[in-house]
Design a protein around this ligand. Sequence first.
Ligand code: BGC
Length: 402
Amino acid sequence: MKQSAKKITAALLCMTMAAAFAGCGDYSEPAATTPDSTPTAESKNEEAPKEEAKDEAKTVGIAMPTKSLERWNRDGEYLKQQFEDAGYQVELKYSDNDTNQQNNDIQGMIADGVDLLLIVAIDGNALTQTLDDAKGANIPVIAYDRLIMNSDAVSYYVSFDNYTVGKLQGEFVRDQLKLDSEAGPFNIEFTAGDPADNNAGYFFNGAYDTLKEYIDSEKLVIPSGKKTFEQVATEGWSTDKALENMQNTLASYYSDGTVLDVALCSNDSTALGVAQAITSDYAGTNTPIVTGQDGDIANLRNIVDGIQTMTVYKNVSDEASVTLEVSKAILAGNTPDAGLLSSLSAEASYDTESYNNGVKNVPSYLLVPYVITKDSLQRLVDTGLYKWDSENKYLESTASTT
Ligand code: BGC
């Protein structure tokens, strides 16, 4: 019952989000949404009764990193919709992956008097002063998806178990190559994320730690020798940089016919570039395993076409619903804890010990990621956020059309 009710809610939300989401496939950075262009709680009043009348005047400031990475479009619009449906006003800003701009955007929201800040940090280490100002103005802060470092102003962290994301990628490679029974050796190259993003190290470590015993025993070989996070990081999670790095690796270490068995990529934006490099620059005749994360539309296409092998999916609607509940509790003057999860259908845990941001242990709600392959794409459709195209071949976002 719970499950299907959730699906229906997700589908309805997606339908109502459709207009706002149109153009999601074009990743140019639009002007930030201003409060003026954000529909207000009042303007929606006639259409739907408020869930929380006492909070109707409250405003939530949402700071997203960039529209150039697909997932933040999904998260931003989805969160905005959820908060508005619950009767809050929303100020949503995208900061073009520019740390200074994000600081300015958040300062703007503080000046506007928002009641709560939800932040996906571009650089987890670069918001300390701004968050001091938020604290001075008594504005609670939720770190959404990425932990914000070096600040005692962060009240809560809502994310996925990010180490497990990498672990799932590593386990997938282990199982596909049958590393416990096959003799090998197999060749692998790693591509990791943005060093400024606190999540990126967790993803890389989860994958590397899982495969380390095979690397140590030389059943898995890294022909480029690039085995540290720093050596394989991709600034800004940029597809173009991942493409360029992989082209360089292929030119330097694979032009002699060396076989590439695995390109372990931390997420879909980097996997997109790596897959492109393999398609254009790899001379071998085998199809390397390519991992990813997020369920971006272009990558799901590549999965259908056999150019990418898997993605680790993190359900945006679950992350948003936990965030909404945490926010509601804070705005109502309560202190959210593990009890909050009992009313939610999302699979998640409450952890007050694992995520230290350099200043404090930040109480964390951690959701559970899972693997998607060509054979399990229907599971994405079941979230309500995706649908099959007219040929029943590729997936589309339910929010990007109609
Ligand atoms: C998110 C990933 C995403 C990456 C780039 C990370 O912080 O957790 O889902 O792929 O940022 O946008």
